[in-house]
Structure formats: structure tokens, C-alpha cells
Design a protein around this ligand. Structure first.
Ligand code: HEM
Length: 178
């Protein structure tokens, strides 16, 4: 998993709580590199799971709720770092439609070893979309947070439901722009 995801999580803890709290979480997570992440590095997903487990213990929030909150925050960080990838994207549904064949493709050019999920548009109308998500990491709450932050970025409201599919690591989002 990319370093920018880890440095963004630590930034969120420092900003939303305090640098001391962020340090406490890093120490208690007993990470192999003591949390010395760089935004251009690559680190095992297990390290993210260790950080989230400690965070859940300290906050009493569920890991999925923490991953959702992080998704909302991460959109701003990704946009600040690589907003250029959204230059041709005019609407929220266009963003979702081109996640797999444009947005994340541009990300892969920037970070060849990125662990990116797969998205497929099942159906689309002017204001609705069924979007399928596949990832071995099952980070659908992160996708939910990123989508809600993207909706705010495009100044619109998003109604969404998440449905786990029978095939493993696959979820379908029913989306409606209101
Ligand atoms: C609302 C739109 C977006 C959604 C729903 C989305 C979804 C996701 C999800 C769920 C992941 C976690 C990996 C996984 O699931 O296995 C991810 C990773 C990532 N996404 Fe997106 N993304 C969005 C927009 C963007 C944008 C605009 C950028 C860049 C400016 C971006 C760059 C990345 C990067 C760098 C990663 C990390 C890959 C890694 O850790 O190796 N995403 N995205």
C-alpha cells in the first residue's frame, strides 16, 4: 500500500486529535519502521490494519467507521497531491465512471506499484449508478468516504447503499445524486 495513504492517516490523527495522540498510536501499533513512512514508499497492508486496530481500541469506534472517516479525509489529501488527475472530470458520476479507466490509470502512472481496486459500472442514468467494487483488501468503507468527499467537492448530495456480492471481495454501490 502506498506511503501517501499512511502519511495521510498520521496527518489526520495529528490534525483531528494531536501529534502526541498520533505518536501514541504509532508506538502501540508496534510497527516495523516505527511509523517512519514516506509518501512515495510502499508498505504492507498489515501495517495499516495494526494502526487501525489500535485506533479502534483507543477511540471505541469500529474499524469500518474509522476507515470511512479516513476516506473522507484522504480525498482532500489525494486531490491536494494529484488534483491534476481530475482535470477532465466534469461531474461526480463521470468521476465514478472513469475511476477504473482514467483516474486510477493516471495514479498507476505516478505509482507503478500502487494497490488499486477495480471498479465496473453496471448501469448509469442521468442521476443514478450501480458501481461494482473489487479489492482483496475489502476497503469498501474507504470507497464510501472517498465518494462522499467527492460529492462535496462537486457540490452535490449523494445517496448510496453498499451491497456485498456473492463473489468474494466484491461489493456493489447503488448511487443516486440528489
Ligand atoms: C471518489 C473517487 C475515488 C474512489 C471511490 C477511490 C477508491 C479507492 C479505494 C477504495 C482505494 C483503496 C485500495 C483498495 O480498495 O484496495 C483507493 C486507493 C487509492 N486511490 Fe483511489 N479512489 C478515488 C479517487 C481517487 C483520486 C481522485 C485519486 C488521486 C488523485 C486516487 C488515488 C488513489 C491512491 C494513490 C490509492 C492508494 C493505492 C495504494 O495504496 O497502493 N483515488 N482508491
Amino acid at each position: 500500500m502506498l506511503g501517501i495513504v499512511f502519511t495521510s492517516l498520521i496527518d489526520m490523527l495529528e490534525e483531528k486529535v494531536s501529534p502526541e495522540f498520533a505518536d501514541e498510536v504509532i508506538v502501540d501499533a508496534k510497527l516495523s519502521n516505527d511509523g517512519a513512512y514516506t509518501s512515495v514508499g510502499y508498505y504492507p497492508f498489515e501495517e495499516m490494519q495494526k494502526l487501525l486496530t489500535v485506533l479502534a481500541e483507543k477511540t471505541g469506534k469500529s474499524i469500518n467507521a474509522l476507515i470511512y472517516d479516513f476516506g473522507v479525509y484522504l480525498f482532500g489529501k489525494l486531490f491536494a497531491a494529484h488534483g491534476e488527475v481530475l482535470t477532465n472530470t466534469k461531474t461526480l458520476l463521470d468521476l465514478f465512471e472513469h475511476l477504473d479507466d482514467d483516474i486510477h490509470v493516471q495514479v498507476r502512472k505516478l505509482y507503478p506499484d500502487a494497490d488499486l481496486p477495480r471498479f465496473a459500472v453496471i448501469s448509469r442514468t442521468d442521476s443514478t449508478m450501480r458501481l461494482r467494487y473489487f479489492s482483496e483488501r475489502d476497503l469498501y468503507p474507504l470507497a464510501e468516504g472517498l465518494m462522499d468527499a467527492a460529492a462535496a467537492h462537486f457540490d452535490c448530495q449523494l445517496e448510496r447503499e453498499t451491497h456485498p456480492m456473492d463473489s468474494p471481495h466484491t461489493y456493489e454501490f447503488s448511487l443516486k445524486v440528489v
